[in-house]
Design a protein around this ligand. Structure first.
Ligand SMILES: [Mg+2]
Length: 266
């Protein structure tokens, strides 16, 4: 199977490669092993911080691979991309928002470690890593939808954006997972890209990739129909989280392998 085209897999973590409740990726190990055997890079793309992602990369055997951190606000593992020290500026900008609106957004930086442990289910040492941010501020929105629209308008006027992830609203000075994909694609020069995600913050990534997979997440409303879905370029899994991830990647590699076989033999 040496003639596979140069594939790069981009994957969200929470609710996609990691189980929504347990954060386990055990069910995706067979597909991850198969990708590793073929030296196909798996680029993790998450709202997590660089330090959180580096730990997961090590556990998954992906150390040194590029990764998209903080929802696309930053990229690691790609030479020539500098870390921006934007987090302090972001916190200052958030604190300039009128208290009535600001009050409804409780960011990771507003929370104690105990509180963050409670809302994320992470153990305290991991919660501390989630607070070691460089580019963006995830948080819980507790206001109404109308207030959220106003909050987003105020952010936008200040040069900031807000993206909905699996369970958090993430504020940054911009940069989506798709923007960050460009930097990774420039560095790795793939012939083919596959992206997997479960939530609205994965949408641009799923639409940008050659092939996209929406991983089922019963904990949230299903994503609306995406560009490319009717044409079959984007598909949906039956099973949630790493179980769906494993099945989708296995099926993709099977299809790719048989297409390569036909090309070699025909
Ligand atoms: Mg997710």
């Amino acid at each position: 199977m040496q003639n596979l085209r140069k594939l790069v897999v981009f994957s969200d973590l929470d609710g996609t490669l990691l189980d929504h409740d347990t954060y386990s990726w055990d069910a995706a190990k067979p597909a991850l092993d198969r990708l590793a055997e073929r030296d196909i890079p798996v680029v993790l793309a998450s709202s997590k911080t660089a330090r959180e992602i580096e730990i997961l990369q090590e556990q998954m055997g992906l150390s040194g691979r590029p990764a998209i951190v903080e929802n696309g606000a930053g990229v690691i593992g790609v030479p020539g991309i500098d870390k921006a020290e934007t987090y302090a500026a972001l916190r200052e900008a958030l604190d300039r928002i009128a208290p009535a609106l600001r009050h409804s957004f409780r960011g990771f930086g507003d929370m104690t470690v105990a509180e963050l442990t409670k809302v994320t289910g992470l153990p305290p040492d991991m919660a501390r890593l989630a607070q070691a941010r460089g580019y963006s501020e995830p948080g819980i929105w507790s206001g109404s939808d109308t207030e959220l629209d106003r909050f987003i308008a105020v952010l936008s006027a200040g040069g900031m954006t807000a993206q909905h992830g699996g369970r958090f609203l993430t504020v940054s000075f911009g940069g989506t997972k798709a923007d960050a994909m460009d930097a990774v694609i420039n560095a790795l020069c793939p012939d083919l890209t596959l992206a997997l995600g479960d939530a609205p913050n994965d949408r641009t990534m799923l639409e940008k990739a050659d092939m996209g997979v929406i991983v089922a997440n019963p904990h949230r409303p299903p994503l609306p129909s995406l560009v490319g879905e009717k044409a079959g370029r984007i598909t949906r899994t039956q099973d949630a989280g790493p179980v769906g991830w494993n099945a989708a990647v296995m099926a993709f590699l099977d299809t790719l392998g048989s297409a390569e076989g036909h090309r070699r033999n025909g």
